[in-house]
Structures are given as C-alpha cells and as structure tokens.
Design a binder for this molecule. Structure first.
Ligand SMILES: Cc1ncc(C[n+]2csc(CCOP(=O)(O)OP(=O)(O)O)c2C)c(N)n1
Ligand SMILES: [Mg+2]
Length: 582
C-alpha cells in the first residue's frame, strides 16, 4: 500500500505522465544498475525512497565517503559502475574523495549528486547548499555531466555509464539539479527516451604486430618476470591469465589486489623473493600493472640501478588499455594496447607449444631465494609472544583465510596492511581489496559493506586501529543490514605504533598515539553485533571462527604489541628528511 502511494502522483498517473525521479530510476534499472550506496537529504530523499520502492537496493551510510568507497569497489568487483548518491555541496564534497579514488584506481563509479538551483548558484545568490559542483568535480574524475531536462535523462545516464566503464575505467560525476526530479513528461515519450547501453566496454583488440613484438622480447629473456596488476584482476580473464603464466613458465609477482589471480602458493609465485627478482630480472611483462610509485616508477635501486633516478637494465613489455601508459616513467620496449582479456588471449594464441621456458638457472635462483625467505618467515610466525605481534596474530588470519578461500579480505593500515599482504596468502582472484594506488585510509567499512552485498560471501577485514577509525561509524550500517563481516582491529594503540612520547614533555600525547587499550569491540556491541576482546592467537582464532560460523557482524579487538610496528610500515623511506648534516 505504501509502495503504491509512493509510486507516482495520482494526477500524473491519470494523465500518463512520468517524472524525473522515475526516469532516473528506470534508466538505472534498464542498465542493470540495481544498487545505490548513499546518504539521504535534500534534494534526493524522495528519490532514494522511490528507488527502494521500485526494487533498487538502497544502502544508506553514515557518511558519504564510505558510501563512495563502497560504490568504487563494487565497480571493481562487478565491472559495472558502482552508484553513489549524495546531497548537494557538503554531501557531494564528502563523496568526492571516493570519486577521485575510483578514478586513480581505474574503478568504474558514478557519483550522482543532487545540486541546488542553477540560476541561484550561478549568480552566487546564496542558495541552500550552494556550490558549482560540476566545475569542482571535473578535474577529479574521468567525465562530468549535468542533466537539466527530463527528456535528457536517458542520454545523460547512458553517457555516464559509457564513460565509467569503457577504455580505462574511472569515476564519473553526474549532476542532477533539484528541479530535474520533479519535471514531468509524457510517460510513453519518457520511456522511449531511455537508452539501454549496448556493449558499454567494447573489446579493444591489440595490434597483431604488437603481440608478436612482445613475445619476441619475452623470448629473448634470460631472467623473465611477469607482474600482475589490479587491471588484470579487474579484467575477469582469470583462466586465460593463469594459462598464459603457466605456459610461459615465467615467475610472477602479484600486486596486492592481483593476489589470488594465481594462488600465492603457486610454484611460479615469486612474492617471497620480490626484492631479489625486481633488480635481477632482464625482461618484465606488466599485465595491467602501472609503473607508479608502488613499483618505484620502474627505476632506482629497487630495479638494480645505481641511483634513485637511474634506470635499471630491464626491458619492459606493458599490456595496458591506455596507449599513454607506455613510456610514462621508463622506456617500454613492447607496448601492447588493448583490454587485458583480449591482449592475453592474443598472447596465448601466439605463444604456441614450442615457446621456450625460462632458463633453469633463473628458476632455481628464484626458488632458492624464496625458500630462504619463507623459512625465515615461518620462524617468526611460529613464535608466540605476549602481547601478540602482528605476525603471531596474522598467522591465525592466514589459517582462517586458507580455510575460507571464498571469503573477501579487506585490508588497510600501515603495518597492519604490509604484514597482512605478505603473510596472508590468497587462493582466488578478486578476494583481496585494499588501500590501492593512494595507500588511502578509510576504505575499510565501505569496502566491507560492498563486498558483502556484491558477493554474498563472508568478509574479513584486517584493520589498523587508526585505519578503522576513519570509517568505524559504519559498524552501525553493517549491523543494520546484518552483513557477514568480521572486523579484526589490530590494536597497537596508534598510528604505526603506540609507544611514542611527546618530545616536548608536555601533557598532550604524541600526535601518533591514541587512548591506550581502547575497547573498539564495544562499538559493534552498541549496534547489536558481537564484540570480542582478544589477547592471544587462540582467542583470536576462536573469535574469528565463531564469526564465520554464525555470519554475525563481529568486531574482534586484537591487542598487539604497541612497539611492534615501524614508521609508515614498508614505506619509511618516503618520509622527507632534512638534507642538512647532523
Ligand atoms: C586518508 C589518509 N589519511 C592519512 C594517511 C596517513 N596514514 C598512513 S597509514 C596511517 C595509519 C596507520 O596506523 P594504523 O592503521 O593503526 O596501522 P598500524 O601501522 O598501526 O598497524 C595513516 C594515518 C593516509 N594514508 N590516508
Ligand atoms: Mg595502529
């Protein structure tokens, strides 16, 4: 009954009219976009209600940034744009970080924001939540559009979808002024104005000559290496990628969100020998991985060069959807431009059964280094110190993830991130989602909600205590929707570590430390979820097993040695230091 009342105004029904509200809903549904992540308010409150009434899943968050991160990662997981819905000015701005994050990470997302009266905003006459949102969004996304008239909704939504998913995916901004929602038009004309987007992300086939060149370069290698990036994970070409890597016999390194494309336990996986294979390799095949800071821009000591800006001696094959990615940092000897799936299919077709395997000495050297590092790590993992170390806690998480290979793993923090990435093996593609290109804190709870909603799987979130704080209020959202999320807060009392002192000797704590022994688990209890405080690996194991068995929203507050972390985790070297001599 309430549904019918919300559907359409009586009068409009009688005259067979439709309105902006319903045209937007119909346009989204027509294109299979059936989940919205957002925060309600003027001018989109009714829109959210009506969308829910019309069968769209509308997930309300406590802060737009978290809704935006949810939309962004939903885009990564589904190859359809994730939809975030925000109110004007402040809500829009809160969502904007996530839109920029989506663009930087090449995730398809559409930020739909209500906006205030154009004529008042443009004359700067002080409207409610006045802001020229389109202009502000533009530099932070792949494309930005505004729809002024109901008859343009079909085309506007279609353009937004195409821009988000075609070519290199990214964030798109769609500005919907308040007046648009209420506009009416003939229902039949409205229906005909809608556009079902055909082939939104068309295959982009690589040039045959580029494929041949790439394989020639690879064939010439004495010490080849394949690096899998999250572009390879995004492509959902898992079988082809696995076959290519296995047929080539080349050791591979997964970037963190590409972990699981091939299992981390695969014999060709060189993760445990990363610092050996990067400087030693002579030919590197980049599959959907960019040579950004995460790979030291392809140069410097990481790659065996003499100094920070110098190039190593590697030759690079780069497979990427964007033609301008090649030569962005160092020379690319064989660029292969196309969508990852088509490129790998083309490489596979050409590779043939007689393709030479990498020299045995190289494989043996990688295997030897790997074995040494794995043995060293096993020693650390076997220890059982009190309080727990990151490693002794994560040894438990590793076992739990191994036993639940379909579970989604969300991960953020500094030490909490770096240790998890290296200790917790992934067995399947797109199960690990993390801070991405920016090393951004705050993605945690938004990612948890989207991961649970999109996959229906158990979600395990390994969170630094600082990282968790950025989105912790969404524990209410997780409880409200009853999502199977188990959050483990690696509680070391602060950012990087919890034992730092105020150098002035004053009463304020160091900028890096928090309230000692904070009881984060009570946040989950406050909303009806399960909170557990654990001090030992056994307690942690029991709490996680119980969370997974019951699928109840759970927060495990894991007490970790406050002196066990290092500044910025693995990227201490990126902190600026003064050049002056001591
Ligand atoms: C949005 C954002 N703000 C700030 C930072 C800087 N930063 C990097 S890691 C981090 C928190 C690290 O502490 P925690 O999450 O507790 O991890 P730990 O190293 O203690 O395990 C912060 C604030 C960031 N990366 N992103
Ligand atoms: Mg911490």
């Amino acid at each position: 009954m309430a549904e019918a009342a919300m559907k359409k105004p009586e009068a409009a029904e009688a005259q067979d009219l439709t309105d902006g509200f319903h045209l937007i809903i119909d346009a989204l549904k027509l294109n299979g976009l059936t989940t919205i992540y957002g925060v309600p308010g003027i001018p989109i409150t009714d829109f959210g209600r009506m969308a829910q009434a019309e069968g769209i899943r509308v997930l309300s968050f406590r802060h737009e940034q978290n809704a935006g991160y949810a939309a962004a990662i939903a885009g990564f997981l589904t190859k359809k744009p994730g939809i975030c819905l925000t109110v004007s000015a402040p809500g829009f701005l809160n969502g904007l970080t996530a839109l920029a994050h989506a663009t930087t990470n090449c995730f398809p997302m559409i930020l739909i924001s209500g906006s205030s009266e154009r004529e008042i905003v443009d004359l700067q006459q002080g409207d409610y939540e006045e802001m020229d949102q389109l202009a502000i969004a533009k530099p932070l996304c792949k494309a930005a559009y505004r729809i002024l008239h109901a008859q343009d909704i079909g085309i506007g939504v279609a353009r937004a979808i195409r821009a988000a998913v075609s070519g290199r995916p990214g964030g798109v901004y769609l500005d919907l002024p308040a007046k648009l929602f209420g506009q009416v038009m003939d229902a039949e004309k409205g229906r005909r104005s809608l556009v079902k987007v055909i082939d939104a992300a068309p295959a982009q086939i690589p040039a045959p000559a580029s494929v041949k060149r790439a394989l020639d370069v690879l064939k010439s290698a004495k010490k080849p290496l394949i690096i899998l990036g999250k572009g390879a994970a995004y492509a959902q070409a898992d079988d082809a990628i696995k076959t290519f890597v296995e047929k080539s016999g080349v050791p591979f390194l997964p970037m963190s969100m590409a972990k699981g494309l091939l299992p981390d336990t695969h014999e060709q996986c060189a993760s445990a020998a990363r610092s050996f294979v990067l400087p030693e390799a002579d030919v590197v095949v980049l599959l959907g991985a960019r040579l950004n800071w995460l790979l030291s821009q392809g140069k410097g000591k990481t790659w065996g060069a003499a100094s920070a800006k110098a190039w190593g001696r590697q030759k690079f094959v780069q497979v990427d959807i964007s033609p301008t990615e090649a030569d962005s940092n160092v020379r690319i000897d064989a660029p292969v431009v196309g969508d990852l799936g088509s490129c790998v299919a083309a490489l596979l077709k050409e590779i043939g059964p007689s393709f030479p395997k990498p020299p045995a000495e190289w494989l043996a050297a990688v295997a030897e280094r790997k074995a040494k590092n794995v043995a060293k790590m096993a020693e650390t993992l076997a220890k059982n110190p009190s309080p727990m170390s990151f490693q002794s806690a994560l040894a438990v998480v590793r076992d739990i993830v191994r036993a639940n290979p379909d579970a989604m793993l969300v991960n953020e923090g500094a030490n909490a991130l770096d240790f998890t990435r290296s200790i917790v093996d992934m067995a399947k593609p797109r199960r690990r989602i993390d801070v991405g290109t920016w090393g951004i804190m705050g993605i945690g709870m938004g990612y948890c909600v989207a991961a649970a909603v999109v996959t229906g799987q158990q979600v395990i979130a390994i969170e630094g205590d600082s990282a968790f704080g950025f989105s912790g209020m969404e524990t209410e959202t997780i409880c409200r929707y009853g999502l199977p999320v188990c959050i483990v807060v690696m509680n070391n009392n602060g950012v990087y570590r919890g034992d730092e002192k105020n150098a002035s000797g004053g009463a304020d704590p160091s900028p890096l430390v928090f309230v000692k022994d904070a009881r984060y688990e009570k946040m989950m209890e406050a909303f009806g979820g399960v909170g557990v405080h654990v001090r030992t690996p056994d307690e942690l194991r029991r709490a996680m097993e119980e969370a997974i068995r019951t699928r109840r929203p759970t927060l495990v507050n894991a007490v970790i040695d406050e002196g066990g972390g290092t500044e910025s985790g693995r990227i201490t070297n990126l902190n600026p230091t003064a050049a002056k001599k001591a």
